[in-house]
Design a protein around this ligand. Structure first.
Ligand SMILES: [Zn+2]
Length: 179
């Protein structure tokens, strides 16, 4: 009888040890799973932030309107864009790749129907190209990093600043608030 009791106790101890081991394994498996899923998330994020290269990748990233303006050099209708009448403090960035383009401090009311700036954030972020389309000679403005079409630059900006007017499509840019 006494030995039987001892046997039961030993058996109980053995079983409880077993079950806690199993529990430990499940927990570490779960931790591994969480770790893996975090890795996958960050990989997906990187993929989303990657600047597209092919026409198909651009089409997948942009809406048809954004694609038309940024990749096919289209122009949005005047007074239709979300930033034409926008006065918050912050940075305007390229919709295609996130490159910083203009500071809100350099935005002015040109009453032309598109957001206008007298200066870019950094000359190396903006590329200027002679544009001879539509029977005019204009200077096209593109994002230096992804080549996205932003708008044009004219010589009728504020004379007390640079004298330039970067006339930019709202749809080509995004806004990062600094308020
Ligand atoms: Zn860009």
């Amino acid at each position: 009888m006494f030995y039987k009791k001892i046997l039961y106790i030993l058996l109980a101890l053995y079983l409880s040890n077993c079950s806690s081991k199993t529990q430990k394994n499940i927990t570490s498996n779960l931790l591994d799973f969480n770790k893996n899923s975090t890795d996958t998330n960050s990989t997906q994020k990187k993929e989303m932030n990657k600047t597209p290269k092919t026409q198909e990748e651009w089409k997948a990233k942009l809406t048809p309107e954004e694609y038309y303006v940024l990749r096919e050099k289209g122009t949005e209708r005047p007074f239709s864009g979300e930033f034409e009448n926008h006065h918050e403090k912050g940075i305007y960035v390229c919709k295609g790749c996130g490159t910083e383009l203009f500071r809100s401090e350099t935005k002015f009311d040109a009453h032309c129907g598109w957001p206008s700036f007298y200066e870019g954030i950094d000359k190396s972020n903006i590329k200027e190209i002679v544009d001879r389309s539509h029977g005019m000679i204009r200077t096209e403005v593109t994002c230096a990093k992804c080549g996205g079409h932003l708008g044009h630059v004219f010589n009728d900006g504020p004379i007390d600043k640079t004298g330039l007017r970067y006339c930019i499509n709202s749809i080509s840019i995004g806004f990062v608030s600094k308020e």
